[in-house]
Design a protein around this ligand. Structure first.
Ligand code: PMP
Length: 418
């Protein structure tokens, strides 16, 4: 059985105290903590390797370029891409989706064309399509959700009969944890003539990714949710598809030749990477991928799901506790509410005990509207979390809930005498 004690030493921040209490970090779906290997790789780059890439003739620039392009190779291998030419650096999942919308979308969608987006999506996989719809006259239809937090696949098949041009779906939901059946949904969408974008922001941190096995057309993810730095992520698409796409931002790095008579754009993937890239971020992300490479990912996932199962088991004993969504296949994340108590208050009270959770709509307002909820509390786990932390969390939540109930009883106005 996986024991997180040894790996916790790799993450210096996990020794912190917050509000005088040892940090219990259960906000991993927002961003993950960084192992020393990543912190060191970024610092070493700035200490010993900093130069701009792809430009100068000097040795330091060649070194930085080699490290930067090696990082691209690491991401290609991590995703199962056919070559590093299929990896476009972006600031993260959000920018990668905007790239597809503004490049592929503007070139290929016209008035009346249909885009399907699931009800579970993060705003990052909704708003770029709305912007594209405004620009092109395309329409967006949501793929409906069933009450258990899974997508309604019958309704999806009906929508596919309307010949959408694009289906945009999350691999795993950041709000409910649902793992969508993306292989099946992709095959069905492609049979109906659509391209498929899979948002892997929440799946890549928890399971091995193989874009060939997924079969999708575009895959995006963020480095900071994968134990890497912020401000770096990637878009994957097959070379043949990327070749058909126009650039979306102009500037240095993305050109082959510029004159006032016109500009010839560079080849793949540089055509999509205008300006000086996040070199340190790419190197840090490669270090995170190398760090993860020492583990059996299935073993990490089993540990994370054990944490989730234990959290649900303990919290179900708390009066008024309600888990939101019960998807049969999920990543290690628990969305919940406690009857009569506001999620923001509970989040702040948990913070007093050093416990970091997220409270709110999780950038998934259409999902919250569908569920009829203003928001939820979310505890999201990573492999460095322990069963002891889950126990402390559940015990603390039970105590807070009991105290809040007691206070509510004491402060409630006495019933007027008849
Ligand atoms: N998609 C999902 C499912 C996410 O959870 C997030 C981040 N919460 C994003 C996209 C956007 O990622 P980023 O902000 O790193 O671009």
């Amino acid at each position: 059985m996986f024991d997180p004690r040894a790996v916790r030493r790799d993450f210096p921040i996990l020794d912190s105290r917050v509000n005088g209490q040892p940090l219990v970090y259960f906000d991993n779906a927002a961003t993950t903590q960084k192992p020393e290997a990543v912190i060191r790789a970024v610092a070493d780059y700035y200490r010993h390797g900093n130069a701009n890439v792809h430009r100068a003739a000097h040795a330091l620039s060649s070194l930085a370029t080699a490290a930067f392009e090696q990082a691209r190779e690491s991401v290609a291998a991590f995703l199962g891409a056919a070559s590093a030419r299929e990896i476009v650096w972006t600031r993260g999942a959000t920018e990668a989706i905007n790239l597809v919308a503004q490049s592929w979308g503007r070139a290929n969608l016209a008035s009346g064309d249909l885009i399907l987006v699931s009800t579970l999506e993060h705003h990052a996989n909704i708003v770029p399509w709305q912007m594209l719809a405004q620009q092109s006259g395309a329409r967006i239809e949501p793929i409906p959700l069933l009450d258990d937090g899974t997508l309604d696949e019958d309704a999806y098949r009906s929508l596919l009969r309307r010949s959408p041009k694009l289906v945009a779906i999350g691999h795993a939901s950041n709000a409910l944890g649902t793992i969508n059946p993306v292989v099946r949904m992709t095959r069905e969408a492609q049979d109906a003539g659509a391209l498929v974008l899979v948002d892997g922001a929440q799946s890549a941190p928890h399971r091995a990714i193989d874009v060939q096995a997924l079969g999708c057309d575009f895959f995006v993810f963020s480095g900071h949710k994968l134990f890497g730095p912020t401000g770096i992520g990637a878009l994957w698409a097959r070379e043949a598809l990327l070749e058909t796409m126009p650039p979306w931002q102009g500037g240095g790095e993305m050109i082959e030749h510029v004159s006032f008579d016109g500009t010839r754009y560079g080849g793949l993937p540089f055509r999509f990477e205008a300006g000086t890239p996040n070199i340190a971020g790419a190197i840090g992300l490669a270090a995170a991928i190398r760090y993860l490479g020492q583990f059996d990912r299935a073993e990490l996932e089993a540990h994370e799901l054990r944490l989730l199962g234990y959290a649900l088991e303990l919290c179900r004993e708390i009066p008024g506790f309600r888990a939101v969504g019960a998807p049969p296949e999920r990543v290690s994340l628990m969305s919940f509410q406690v009857d009569g108590l506001h999620q923001q208050d509970l989040g702040l009270l948990l913070d007093q005990y050093g416990i970091a959770v997220r409270a709110g709509h999780h950038c998934a307002m259409p999902l919250m509207q569908r569920l009829g909820l203003p928001g939820t509390l979310r505890a999201s786990f990573a492999f460095y979390n322990s069963l002891e932390e889950v126990e402390f969390f559940a015990r603390t939540l039970a105590r807070i809930v009991a105290e809040q109930r007691r206070e509510a009883t004491v402060t409630a106005p006495a019933a007027a005498d008849p």
